[in-house]
Design a protein around this ligand. Structure first.
Ligand code: ARG
Length: 460
């Protein structure tokens, strides 16, 4: 087959090279964007008198037919045509004849591919953002169902202070809210139209770049032709933002895996979101959560691949940049798949509130509150800490909890303790006394939920 760029060549491309440098196997997913971009370009060429309006009309109609045929699965792409851009042009020329050869006037695949990826990424960002919003809404609903569910809060995975499940869930809501913000930020920088940059140095034809941008729904046009064809920051930014989504999902999954163990027994995953063992009949495994945790590595790897691909490239376009697509596509696919399955897994899990509360009541999670009680009775905090620590040690030896100590026992450690101590160290009190904004008290959590709901409504 003759190459679209075959003019200066005397020899056929080696078949090994043909296969090696072709990207059609993966960049075909850009076909809709490529064709929409070409339609806008052709219309602009007609409008600016670079081709006639009739020619532009015929090219547009041809492209629309090619689009419909690809959509209907009637097209077999050719490896020899290298990539989606040249495949589409070839299909167009096969359909409308030599006129198809005018489409590429004042354009290069370098600005074309930059355009396609930006269009693709904007759409995908909208989808990922939608999934993130649904997840946050699910978290808020779940938090409302478990507003007063006491559970131990941990540091170093050691029981630390009591919180509620609602407060714990809201922590993740914050993370996914920031993820949404990062994606919106990335989207703003992807929303810039590069066509007109040509191969690297613009074009001698008087293009109306603004018109192309408007047709394709871009907010602005790129300001430097060299940058326009060599910029892949938006791919890096997306993959970095996606990496953080995966970090957040993975941390949450780690907790779900722990919580589902017999040792914690805080939750039970729904049968529909767990799997069995081929050997051990009793097993019910949190495979979905484990797989999400495992898949985080793919996305981090993609980020690393993109950064490494870019860091040594001189301006402007270099073929290395073809490697951007598989990394970006895989990051998009992975983060979407994980978000999609994570939410229903979360929504269907059964929460064992009694076990959470029982765990919170062990482990002396109210020891800080005992110290705070002594502080309110006049003891400097450092001394109160010491007294409470001794009381904890005493309880450990007696195998009892702080609220099981009698006032008589307390008096051996401090004369400041009175009847009010039992209320001060009751778990519910420990939580409800933490009324600071952002704290776990019922009221603070209710406010946090209302605030998150408002934020979600505003970001729609
Ligand atoms: N398939 C190429 C890519 O994905 C398109 C741009 C090719 N440009 C070129 N001058 N070879 O990057």
């Amino acid at each position: 087959m003759t190459k679209l760029w075959g003019g200066r060549f005397q020899k056929e491309t080696d078949h090994l090279v043909e296969d090696f440098h072709s990207s059609i196997s993966f960049d075909q997913r850009l076909y809709q964007y490529d064709i929409k971009g070409s339609i806008a370009h052709a219309r602009m060429l007609g409008r600016c008198g670079i081709i006639t309006e009739e020619e532009a009309g015929a090219i547009v109609r041809g492209l629309e037919e090619v689009l419909a045929e690809i959509k209907a699965g009637q097209v077999e792409f050719s490896v020899e045509a290298e990539d989606i851009h040249m495949n589409v042009e070839q299909l167009l020329t096969a359909k409308i004849g030599d006129l198809g050869k005018k489409l590429h006037t004042a354009r290069s695949r370098n600005d074309q591919v930059a355009l396609d990826i930006r269009m693709y990424l904007k759409d995908e960002i909208d989808q990922v953002s939608g999934l993130l919003r649904q997840l946050q809404e699910a978290l808020l609903d779940l938090a409302e169902r478990h507003l007063g569910a006491l559970m131990p809060g941990y540091t170093h995975l050691q029981r630390a202070q009591p919180v509620t499940l609602a407060h714990h869930l809201l922590a993740y809501c914050q993370m996914f809210g920031r993820d949404e913000g990062r994606l919106a930020d990335c989207r703003r920088r992807a929303d810039v139209m590069p066509l007109g940059a040509g191969a690297l140095a613009g074009t001698t034809f008087p293009l109306d770049r603004q018109y192309v941008a408007e047709q394709l729904g871009f907010a602005a046009i790129t300001q430097n032709s060299l940058d326009a064809v060599s910029d892949r920051d938006f791919a890096v930014e997306f993959t970095a933002a996606a990496s953080l989504v995966m970090v957040h999902l993975s941390r949450f999954c780690e907790e779900i895996i722990l919580w589902a163990s017999a040792e914690f027994a805080f939750i039970e995953l729904d049968d529909a979101f767990s799997t069995g063992s081929s050997m051990m009949p009793q097993k019910k495994n949190p495979d979905v959560a484990e797989l999400i945790r495992g898949k985080s590595g793919r996305v981090f790897g993609n980020l690393q691949a993109l950064l490494t691909m870019l860091k040594g490239l001189p301006l402007a376009y270099n073929k290395d940049m073809q490697e951007d697509k598989e990394a970006l596509f895989d990051a998009v696919d992975t983060v979407k798949k994980c978000l999609l399955v994570f939410r229903p897994m979360l929504e269907t899990m059964r929460v064992k509130e009694d076990n959470m509360q029982a765990a919170a009541s062990k482990g002396f999670t109210n020891a800080t509150d005992l110290a705070d009680y002594l502080v309110r009775r006049g003891l400097p905090f450092r001394e109160a800490h010491e007294v409470a620590g001794k009381l904890v040690f005493h309880c450990l030896q007696q195998k009892i909890t702080l609220d099981q100590l009698s006032l008589d026992d307390y008096s051996k450690f401090s004369t400041l303790v009175e009847e009010g101590v039992y209320d001060a160290i009751s778990l519910k009190r420990c939580v409800d006394a933490r009324r600071v904004p952002g704290g776990p008290a019922l009221e603070a959590v209710r406010e946090a939920i209302a605030e998150a709901r408002q934020r979600l409504a505003a970001s729609k």
